[in-house]
Write a protein that binds this ligand. Sequence first.
Ligand code: NIG
Ligand code: FE
Length: 412
Amino acid sequence: MTDYTIIGPFTQVLPMTNLAVKGPLKDDELEIIPNGAILVNNDRIVDMGDFDSLRKSSALLNPKIEELNQAAVALPGFVDAHTHLCFAGSRAKDFAMRNAGKSYLDIAKSGGGIWDTVTKTRGESQEQLTAGILARAEQHIRNGVTTIEVKSGYGLSVQEELKMLRAIKSADLSCAADLLPTCLAAHIFPKDYNGDIQQYLEEIAVHLFPILKEEKLASRIDAFIEEEAYSSDVIRPYLDKARSMGFDICLHADQFSPGGTQVAVEHAAISADHLEASGDQEIELLAKSDVIPIALPGASIGLGCGFTPARKLLDAGTSLAIASDWNPGSAPMGDLLTQASILSTFEKLSSAEVFAALTCRAAAALGLTDRGQLKEACLADFIAFPTSDYREILYHQGQLKPTQVWKKGMLI
Ligand code: NIG
Ligand code: FE
């Protein structure tokens, strides 16, 4: 009996290793292993390299051979570092209203938008929410996403946020992908809250944060920084409290107006997400910090607004992850590879920059060091596209789908 398996040969394996964490990447910096294979033991990668050499060098381990007979390009499983895929209901009405000329923030002010989803999400049971998460995660897995961050933020009370985070935790138990929860209780100010915005944040910090720790429901705190949501001044004490309790911070920053970036840098956030409204000043701030910018092209496409200045960010020396922001309001599409491909044409990103933004740099944006690269001791999360040239993947703008997805060494 052996626990070792060699999977291959792949026409090309792109391990996404030895790439700089920050700054621009050229395609000729990508390591490409022709006729490559991956040696897996249980859920981990043991070794990789040329198929025939790997067979010889691992002969004593007596590995099983999972042989592929078609052209295939292997990459690490994609990591989606920003989603809101725990939600109920549709916002097709908002979409129509926006296309008729109303803005996202106007719709929110008049009682629609995020609050509409809060009402519908509160109307579902924890089990119903779990089923919704699993259905969306299933779609993501088929598209090669093997790690998915999932935010709360449509509960907006201690009990309703708990319901969402428990739904995410229970979905994670039966989901082939790993689901990584984030508490976004500071999404918008709940319209039915009996008190002011500082009281709401205080209540969340005092009554929800300790339960997140006790029940291991989330180790990350997010907030939507915008005058119409949480202003920089209002949010600072809340983030201080979260940090003092050991939570990682990530932020919705500079989506419609600049300001969030400053808060992200001050609070040593692990990522600053959106940044569509970031200007040169914000880009410079980020470049001097270790905050990882996350572009969310799905929100730009959903709202019909400009893209995150990804090219400028990279050229200034920041890192860059790309995530789907999958949510019912600003980013209903949920197809990460399509969105990343579209961003690459508008922002002139190389394949190396895009794949890094979906794998190693996305894992870093979640603080995960055990994935996003194909190397010894990393999780055996990888995907195969039916082509012999990695450049075909972005060229087809999301229409070339992975034919195989391995999660923790298992073919899904
Ligand atoms: O990342 N901007 C704030 N939050 C989400 C949208 C949530 C929604 O519209 O339901 C975003 O775009
Ligand atoms: Fe978001």
